[in-house]
Design a protein around this ligand. Structure first.
Ligand SMILES: NC(=O)c1ccc[n+]([C@@H]2O[C@H](COP(=O)([O-])OP(=O)(O)OC[C@H]3O[C@@H](n4cnc5c(N)ncnc54)[C@H](OP(=O)(O)O)[C@@H]3O)[C@@H](O)[C@H]2O)c1
Length: 341
């Protein structure tokens, strides 16, 4: 059972949506955590978060201004840290397309720095955040995150006798995250023009609340043997049903798919199926050359190999949201005041 009381943790990108949700959960579950370091660049976001976690009530929290591109600073911040969650990234598809070198420096160079700094210190377990866009990527953001995933998986091969474990958690669009479709539809409804723009009527998406991402990170911290890419089993929704859930009174205007967008989100391709296992709540894509015995892993987790050719994408899911379940979840996870009226 994971117990972070008395432990030291660092979250890169700790002021972001995953970082903040994780911080809240850590303090709720383990109030006696020894040190929780928030590592990110913008002092203003840290200032705002500092107001939420005053030192008098949360003496364990530390705010480190730093860039993941700066290995020296990162190594210093990792002094005496045992657990690392690597969430810092550039994540907007069109911004990455326009500024590819910046995205490469942060998402790939930053990942390399996190790995090197963790290997040089006494970190025990590192969980890096991935995205559905890293699966068969068609845009630069996805390609950089795929490179990052590969770096974290392969880091287990260069650790020697160091007991550190590197693993990856991959999920799709988080419900209500900045720039995502749910807040966009709610905004369009509130504008009162009676029109909801639909990129492509057959589009589907996976649906995960931010707490689902937090739970996966904590699962990986506790259970990873090193080199896994963990993927949640979550429901999908059809974009037309989301529009129905939020704004049934509005007409639809089809505006066409945006550059770098897929009709269905993918998390596991059929090419991954040869080394993908079903763990019950999660799938795990295992490294093709693990540093541990595959038979031991299968026995320990009662892991079931997925059928050859299996792929996991939002268009072929066996769990589906309905307009009613979507409304309930929007109220619970995005906007408590949401009403379809
Ligand atoms: N949100 C989603 O829908 C979603 C879905 C799937 C996967 N993910 C992945 O989950 C992770 C977390 O996403 P999120 O939604 O929490 O992102 P977010 O809200 O945009 O937060 C990003 C965090 O990273 C920090 N950051 C960015 N560049 C940095 C750098 N060079 N050095 C240090 N810190 C840096 C940001 O703070 P500063 O700007 O102040 O540095 C911020 O704290 C990302 O790896 C993302 O790819 C997100």
């Amino acid at each position: 059972m994971l117990d972070l009381n008395g432990k030291s943790i660092l979250i890169t990108g700790g002021t972001g949506s995953l970082g903040k949700a994780l911080t809240k959960t850590i303090f709720e579950k383990w109030p006696n955590v020894k040190r929780l370091v928030i590592y990110s660049r913008d002092e203003q976001k840290q200032y705002v978060m500092d107001q939420e976690y005053p030192h008098s009530k949360f003496p364990a929290i530390r705010f480190f201004v730093g860039d993941i591109r700066d290995k020296e600073r990162l190594t210093r911040a990792l002094n005496d840290i045992e657990y690392v969650i690597h969430a810092a990234a550039m994540k907007h598809v069109h911004i990455a397309e326009y500024n590819p070198d910046e995205c490469v420096k942060t998402n790939i160079g930053g990942a390399m720095n996190v790995i090197d700094a963790c290997l040089a210190t006494n970190v025990k377990s590192v969980v890096a955040l991935s995205t559905d866009k890293a699966c068969a990527p068609i845009n630069l953001y996805g390609a950089t995150k795929l490179a990052s995933d590969k770096l974290f998986v392969a880091a287990n091969n260069i650790k020697g006798n160091n007991p550190i474990k590197f693993s990856v958690v991959r999920y799709g669009n988080v419900m209500g995250s900045n720039g995502s479709v749910i807040p966009f539809f709610i905004k369009k409804k509130k504008e009162g023009k009676g029109i909801i723009p639909i990129t492509e009527p057959s589009m589907t998406r996976f649906n995960i609340p931010i707490q689902g991402g937090v739970d996966m990170v904590l699962y990986a911290l506790e259970h990873a043997w090193g080199g896994e890419i963990f993927i949640p089993k979550i429901p999908s929704y059809r974009i037309l049903e989301l529009a129905e859930a939020i704004a049934p009174e509005c007409e639809h205007k089809v505006v066409g798919i945006r550059p770098g967008e897929k009709i269905h989100e993918e998390m596991i391709t059929s090419s991954d199926s040869s080394h993908t296992y079903d763990l019950g709540t999660y799938y795990t894509i295992l490294p093709q050359r693990p540093v541990w015995k595959l038979d031991d892993y299968i026995t320990h987790f009662n892991a079931k190999k997925v059928p050859d050719g299996f792929s996991y994408n939002s268009g072929e899911n066996n769990q589906w949201e309905t307009p009613e379940t979507l409304r309930e979840k929007i109220k619970e996870h995005v906007d408590p005041n949401f009403s379809v009226k």
